[in-house]
Ligand binder design. Structure first.
Ligand code: DAH
Length: 339
């Protein structure tokens, strides 16, 4: 009896099944009512009394072992089936949830797209800048209030290094490195030391534009901006330029567009004026050209700078600036566009 148990134990250890049919044959051979292990149980009554205890234990072990092995093979067969023969390769895949672009990216891409159609290319510059590129080269006198600690984040160890407060800093880099004609856009993130509220944040985004060539005039600037306003906000959009001041442009202006929401009739959004301000602009100050190694007697140019958040607010009427950086998917999911 014991040798028969050992024989069967070896057979059980060697058991292998390639599919469910083979497995069933094995089960019947060893574990069914008439199977070989069951037969041994039937013979058990013939075992001498003094051996019953030992043989009974061996028999039970054999039976458990066989059952475990069958279960193990069953799992293996099931797995290999689901991976190969039984997988339905024609079944369509689970739908992938596609994300949407961030509204600020949509606006930025649209601005870039509009200006690229009239020949503007793109350059980017560092967010951590030196004083010269953010202020000095751009004609900010040393005591100019925009350099004040309240607006600018300085790096403590070295006040010459700061977080750029505008993307005009890329102007000074590009003009120092390239020869005119230059017709470029500078998109990017800027930083200002402001208390965070629904209408202000310590960082936001700008797109700066620069065109330097021979005989560039204010009329060229106005034409480019009118084209932009119509492309961005619709053919009926009107623009209005108001005199303003920026250290790096002379003359300088701020541009309003007819209110996109009420069509110029007056509403709470435009504070009932019919106009909303969207950007600053002007003719590049000759001092700036000279600071960057461009001969101001030969070349002239225009520049403009706009806040991406502001344009986005106008386009999509987002009332709270903080929404842009909170990454609430319920907000972000609402934006779906070609850009
Ligand atoms: N750099 C200005 C700002 O951050 C925006 C600006 C105004 C840019 C006039 C210009 C410009 O290029 O001509 O407020």
């Amino acid at each position: 009896m014991k040798s028969r148990i050992n024989e069967l134990l070896e057979e059980v250890n060697r058991m292998a099944a390639a599919n469910a049919d083979e497995l069933e044959t094995l089960r019947i051979k060893y574990l069914s009512k008439k199977g070989q292990i069951s037969e041994l149980f039937n013979d058990f009554r013939n075992v001498a009394n003094e051996e019953k205890r030992e043989v009974g234990q061996l028999l039970n072990e054999l039976k458990n072992k066989a059952q475990d092995k069958i279960n193990e093979l069953k799992d293996a067969v099931a797995n290999s089936n689901s991976n190969t023969q039984q997988a339905d390769l024609t079944r369509s895949a689970d739908p992938l949830t596609l994300g949407t672009r961030h509204p600020l990216s949509l606006t930025k891409n649209e601005i870039i797209d509009i200006f690229s159609r009239i020949g503007f290319t793109i350059a980017e510059g560092p967010e951590i800048e030196d004083d010269w590129h953010v202020f000095g080269a751009l004609n900010f006198p040393p005591e100019h209030p925009a350099r004040d600690m309240q607006d600018t984040f300085f790096i403590e160890q070295n006040p010459d290094i700061l977080l750029r407060t505008h993307t005009s800093s890329v102007q000074s880099r590009v003009m120092a490195e390239q020869k005119p004609p230059i017709r470029m856009l500078f998109p990017g993130r800027v930083f200002r030391n402001e208390a965070i509220s629904y209408r202000a944040h310590c960082f936001f985004h700008q797109v700066e534009g620069l065109y330097i060539d021979k005989d560039v005039s204010f009329a060229d600037l106005k034409q480019a901006l009118l084209y932009f306003a119509k492309e961005m906000f619709g053919e009926d959009t009107k623009i209005r330029l108001r005199p303003s001041y920026f250290p790096f442009t002379e003359p300088s202006a701020e541009m309003d567009i007819s209110c996109h929401i009420c069509g110029g009739k007056g509403c709470p959004f435009c504070k009932h004026t019919g106009w909303v301000e969207i950007l600053g602009c002007g003719m590049v100050d000759p001092n700036v050209l000279e600071n960057c190694g461009i001969d101001s007697k030969i070349y002239s140019g225009y520049a403009f700078g706009m806040g991406v958040e502001r344009i986005t607010n106008l386009k999509y009427q987002v009332k709270d600036l903080r929404m842009f950086s909170e990454n609430d998917v319920r907000f972000l999911k609402q934006f779906d566009s070609a850009y």
